[in-house]
Design a protein around this ligand. Structure first.
Ligand SMILES: Cc1cc2nc3c(=O)[nH]c(=O)nc-3n(C[C@H](O)[C@H](O)[C@H](O)COP(=O)(O)OP(=O)(O)OC[C@H]3O[C@@H](n4cnc5c(N)ncnc54)[C@H](O)[C@@H]3O)c2cc1C
Length: 405
């Protein structure tokens, strides 16, 4: 029986530990935190969007330029497998109105409890408060603990150390330097599914910060010239913009800022009205009625949407119904920076997939495998993050079994 070290007890590491221990291997699971799955539990606070119900080809497309590689993982453990896996742990799932899949109770804790019970039953040994710092010249993994540095010799090692967002939950990204020192090809960790900064007037900050803007269409043109368009809601913050709609566009917006220092977020504040209708409606005589009333009655623009419009409209645009209609249909907001990685839902960058073989083993470090968010892929929210973490954990576990054979 071989000892396998699984380092990092998030969804990717835990699933690998489950697969490997089910095959009778001695699995030692390590994590720097006092307990497992902290980010998974945090995801549960938002309802735990486990996966998505859309057809697999569309699902795979969500991984953009990494779709080809993630497809290999999803072939061995896809969205349907994930639902079945949860069911076998006693957790039924349901499909929400948006096609997203959640546990019935919309919580992570019951699932995590059942999962840990299963791992213990299968003999997985838990070593919490063990912070991995690399390996020695004999390829023994080294951990900082309260009792000093301890080492472990394992036949195979899985690193599933997460990305760099929400470091208070354990994934600090400190592994980056360790792997960089070994010469492993890495891409800088960057925020993904993140908020952005822009310059607001004091008026916007004081009146509207924290408030949602509902039902708008937003779009941007990526550095490759591709148009990305989404419908939804977002939130005005003290420093810029946040929320689901912004997260969906975060990859192209971030890349634009990296290349050009700024990115333009275009908003259609009245997606239910065509430009022609708006021009006709706003051109109607408004008599003595205020512009605010006219905008409410003829375009349905009031409250926070009116505030945003006035933030960017020139006097000329406010006085010309045709120009105003055009601005309502295409309001450009200049974004100047991403919010910090620490605040992002997930991170992009990490271990280049090209540094790994088809079994997710580091080509330069035989016997050491990687899985989860620490790999260089990204996806929008919608269950795609967790699914790829689970799938890569499964794939790496298969790779380890292959390696041991
Ligand atoms: C607020 C929030 C909500 C989210 N909601 C969703 C959602 O609904 N759906 C979805 O698909 N995704 C969601 N995500 C993203 C998802 O939780 C992550 O993508 C996923 O947890 C990553 O899994 P992982 O196993 O790769 O890493 P992690 O879950 O980050 O686990 C990595 C583990 O490694 C440990 N570790 C790190 N470094 C070391 C070290 N040097 N030594 C020892 N241990 C170490 C950490 O303590 C941690 O336990 C959310 C994220 C956040 C922050």
């Amino acid at each position: 029986m071989s000892t396998i070290a699984v380092i990092g007890a998030g969804p990717a590491g835990l699933l690998a530990a489950e697969i490997l221990s089910a095959k009778g291997h001695a699995v030692a699971l390590y994590d720097s935190k006092p307990s497992v799955g902290r980010k998974f539990l945090m995801a549960g606070k938002g309802g735990l969007n486990l996966t998505h119900s859309e057809p697999l080809p569309q699902f795979i497309d969500r991984y953009a330029n990494r779709a080809d590689m993630v497809k290999d993982w999803l072939e061995v453990f896809g969205p349907e497998d994930l639902k079945l896996w949860a069911k076998r742990l006693g957790i039924e799932t349901f499909i929400g109105s948006s096609g997203r899949v959640f546990p019935q109770e919309m919580k992570a804790a019951p699932l995590l409890r059942a999962w840990v019970r299963r791992l213990r039953e299968q003999g997985v040994r838990f070593h919490m408060r063990h912070h991995w710092i690399g390996s020695d010249e004999n390829n023994q993994s080294l951990f900082e603990t309260a009792a000093g540095v301890v080492s472990l010799k394992a036949e195979a090692t899985l690193l599933a150390l997460g990305g760099g967002s929400w470091p208070q939950l354990g994934s600090t990204g400190k592994w980056f330097e360790v792997l960089a020192e070994r010469g492993i090809l890495l891409s800088k960790l960057r925020p993904s599914n993140c908020g952005f900064e822009c310059v607001w007037s004091e008026h916007i900050k004081q009146r509207f910060s924290g408030q949602p803007i509902k039902t708008v269409t937003a779009w941007t043109t990526s550095t490759e010239g591709k148009n990305h368009r989404v419908n939804g809601d977002f939130i005005i913050t003290q420093t810029g913009v946040e929320g689901g709609l912004i997260y969906s566009l975060s990859a192209p917006l971030r890349d634009l800022i990296e290349t050009h220092k700024t990115a333009i977020l275009h908003l259609d504040l009245a997606p239910g009205h065509s430009l022609h209708t708006l021009k006709t409606n706003l051109s109607r005589a408004r008599g003595k009625r205020s512009l605010a009333n006219h905008l409410t009655e003829q375009a349905g623009i009031h409250g926070i949407k009116a505030g945003l419009l006035r933030e960017f409209a020139t006097t000329e645009q406010l006085n010309d119904p045709l120009l105003l209609a055009e601005l309502i249909k295409d309001l450009p907001i200049t974004l100047t920076a991403t919010r910090p990685l620490e605040e992002a839902i997930s991170s992009a960058g990490g271990v280049y997939l090209e540094s790994l073989d088809e079994h997710l083993m580091l080509k330069q470090w035989p016997g050491t495998f990687c899985a989860g968010e620490m790999l260089d892929w990204e996806a929008p929210t919608g269950g795609y993050l967790l699914t790829a973490c689970f799938a890569s954990g499964y794939k790496a576990a298969q790779g380890i079994l292959h390696w041991l054979r």
